[in-house]
Design a protein around this ligand. Structure first.
Ligand code: FMN
Length: 317
């Protein structure tokens, strides 16, 4: 009998649906026991968010300053054959409940020397957060063997509109030619392929090796131009986040004027620097081909974006 621990937190329920879809084949298997640990912040985050509360959490997100969690159901002394950490990205960092788990004493004990699969459900900017997650996993002595990323449907511009609308109003349905917000139902449903592949790998003890279990299943696709924008965005979040933490604690109205200035700064950056960098990047693209390929391999590791096993596990290419 193999034991899998799944750690998750979800605000709107989207990530829980992704976890359910992936875990369905594992839960159905007679040879596998699945323990799901759902994280609960002592002080729940609001949903839908007010604009101020939404922005006000960013300094603590990027500083990896964790909120208090309600007691976990796992103690820390249990031994799991595989651990799946499902998380969403908040302001280019793992969401605070997951950061809190990663910094807990239980995580330190549970994760040491264990194979870990990270499962991300987010808008489409995840590469910085995953670098942070890799560091946190390293600190606990865990072995990252796979990373699966699901991103919101539609173009970059479409989700730039639909995701904030969803989070600030609770409205997810399509409107004005934009698709529905969030990860598509089809992508969520197709996550069962990962569960099937994990079940198959566990039968052969492959989780004990170093090779990914989920290669060839389109587990992740890294967009390198996005990665570069994330680096710049993360730097700006760090600087402004530090300033905001000097002004007051999370929820303190004194932060409001600084946040207002930051929003104006962000909008100016987006209007001026983003189009400029798009033009520059397309001009330099032929020269940087090799470098981009190397970066793509790095950010897509360990699972990669190959599709060669899609049909084996019930999904067309
Ligand atoms: C405060 C906040 C900040 C977010 N920042 C990002 C981000 O930087 N990158 C990204 O791709 N998605 C971001 N998202 C979207 C989430 O990653 C996620 O897709 C969405 O919140 C739904 O997750 P749920 O399963 O918890 O409901 C953010 C969401 C929230 C609430």
């Amino acid at each position: 009998m193999k034991k899998i621990l799944v750690v998750q937190y979800s605000q709107t329920g989207q990530l829980s649906k992704i976890v359910d879809s992936l875990c369905r084949p594992l839960i159905a298997s007679r040879d596998i026991e699945v323990v799901i640990e759902t994280l609960r912040p002592e002080k729940p985050y609001p949903y839908p968010w007010s604009f101020f509360k939404f922005l006000d959490v960013f300094p603590e997100c990027v500083a990896l300053d964790p909120p208090a969690l309600s007691p976990l159901t796992v103690g820390g002394s249990e031994e799991f054959d595989l651990i799946i950490i499902a998380y969403q990205v908040w302001f280019l960092a793992p969401s605070p409940p997951i950061t809190a788990f990663m910094q807990s004493e239980q995580a330190r004990r549970l994760l040491k020397d264990r194979p870990v699969i990270t499962l991300i459900g987010c808008r489409n900017m995840w590469s910085r957060a995953q670098e942070t997650m890799k560091q946190m996993l390293n600190d606990t002595g865990a072995r990252l063997i796979d990373n699966v990323v699901l991103t919101d449907q539609g173009s970059w511009f479409a989700s730039f509109v639909t995701t904030p609308r969803w989070l600030l109003s609770g409205k997810k349905e399509p409107f004005w030619g934009f698709p529905a917000a969030g990860v598509s139902d089809r992508d969520i449903e197709n996550c069962h392929r990962f569960g099937l592949a994990i079940e198959e790998a566990l039968k052969h003890d492959r989780e004990r090796g170093a090779a990914p279990l989920l290669y060839g299943l389109k587990a992740v696709e890294a967009d390198i131009s996005q990665v570069q924008s994330e680096k710049a965005g993360h730097r700006s979040f760090l600087v402004w986040g530090r300033l905001l933490r000097l002004v007051g604690k999370q929820g303190d109205r004194k932060r409001l004027p600084v946040l207002a200035v930051y929003v104006v700064f962000l909008i100016l950056m987006i209007i001026t620097l983003v189009p400029l960098s798009v033009v520059l990047k397309s001009l330099l693209a032929p020269l940087l081909k090799e470098r981009h390929l190397k970066a793509k391999t790095h950010y897509e590791a360990p699972s990669g974006s190959g599709a060669e096993r899609m049909e084996v596990f019930g999904c067309g290419k």
